[in-house]
Design a protein around this ligand. Structure first.
Ligand code: ADP
Ligand code: MG
Length: 350
């Protein structure tokens, strides 16, 4: 089997809303697909159709080689889904919840226990293992729910915004878990609102907006499409644009984009912060004073502006941060991983 997940022409309307407007996607066995899009794009609806929870108005889906519309029960046996199937029982402890899932799927008591222990550890729940789930915080519940979906090691997994609501430590922990799953050969479709996350975890990315696929490719291809990483310099004096351009040309095979009006020069780069430091030294050595300089990384919002001409509605705060003052003022707002002097925290730099 080449493709573990195939969707063709999925359409789903809710009243006036076309939640899915002809979605096509496919996920090769053993790979991770990141389904990327803002709130309301149609991510959850896609996942619900592929996991048999929702019948589409039109289209076809095949998961683990089985037709989703014709044989939903067989599909359910081959997949795991975090967020829906794996209902957590409030009155059982975390450990009991996981063991119960194992026993439900006819694992031996011994295997269920061992798997529960392993998953509690992976998801940083060992300390809380013997407390009833009703005492768990929101983030802990989410992790327990994710763990429950992994008890039986399904060959095809779906995770709907798995890291939304997790703190940074648990986000990283989940990233590690996902990497383990992939090493074990699991095929995964995960949805996210973060380009950075899709970049990190997914082999391929499909971008959806208003129920339509608006782009697909690897993270690198998408970034190339939106311009990738670039250094932006705003020089103080218009007369020095020429000299600055000469300096920057040494760092870019693809030329220098110059906006004389705003005194802004932009070059595509690879090599990030280290290169930025070199550029600064070089400009300084040529006596070019700068108003602003920064390394700019594409965000989901950049992808959207580049592909659709509009912002991703409801974009997450992180994305908006790097855009809030992205105008012409050179306030440093555009410098996602700016030099320390710039106003931004540079939290996207990692
Ligand atoms: N059960 C439903 N009833 C009515 N509208 C729905 C329902 N589920 C989803 N929608 C609408 O369909 C669109 C896509 O929703 P959804 O797939 O949940 O988006 P996402 O998961 O990308 O945020 C949204 O406009 C949403 O309001
Ligand atoms: Mg959703």
């Amino acid at each position: 089997m080449q493709e573990a997940i195939i969707a063709e022409g999925l359409v789903k309307t809710f009243g006036d809303v076309r939640a899915l407007d002809g979605v096509d996607l496919s996920v090769p066995t053993g790979t991770v697909l990141g389904l990327l899009g803002p709130n309301g794009a149609g991510k959850t609806t896609t996942v619900r159709v592929l996991t048999t929870l929702l019948r589409p108005d039109a289209g076809r889906a095949v998961v683990a080689g089985i037709d989703v519309l014709k044989h939903p029960n067989q599909v359910r046996r081959s997949i795991g889904l975090s967020g829906q199937f794996a209902a957590v029982d409030e009155y059982l402890t975390g450990r009991e919840n996981l063991q119960m899932v194992g026993e439900l799927y006819q694992m031996s008591a011994r295997d269920s226990k061992a798997r529960a222990l392993e998953l509690l550890e992976w998801f940083n729940l060992s300390d809380a293992a013997d407390r009833p789930a009703k005492t768990y915080s929101g983030g802990m519940r989410r992790r327990l729910d994710l763990a429950a979906a992994l008890v039986v090691r399904p060959p095809v997994m779906f995770m709907d915004e798995p890291t939304t609501g997790l703190d940074p430590r648990n986000r990283l922990a989940l990233w590690e878990v996902i990497q383990k799953l992939v090493e074990d050969g699991t095929t995964l479709l995960l949805t996210t609102q973060y380009l950075e996350e899709a970049d990190h975890l997914a082999h391929d990315i499909v971008v959806v907006d208003h129920g339509k696929v608006i782009a697909r490719g690897t993270a690198d291809q998408l970034k190339a499409q939106v311009g990738g990483e670039r250094v932006e310099v705003v020089v103080q004096d218009r007369d020095l644009i020429g000299t600055a351009s000469e300096v920057l040309r040494g760092y870019s095979r693809d030329g220098v984009a110059v906006d004389k009006h705003t005194r802004r020069l932009t070059i595509p780069v690879q090599g990030g912060a280290k290169l930025l430091a070199e550029v600064i030294r070089d400009l300084d050595a040529r006596g070019i004073e700068i108003d602003d300089i920064g390394l700019r990384r594409p965000t989901l919002d950049d992808v959207f502006i580049s592909l659709t001409g509009h912002h991703a509605e409801d974009a997450d705060e992180d994305e908006q941060d790097t855009h809030a003052s992205g105008g012409k003022s050179g306030s440093g707002g555009k410098t996602a991983a700016a030099v320390p002097a710039a106003g931004d925290s540079g939290k996207d730099a990692a």
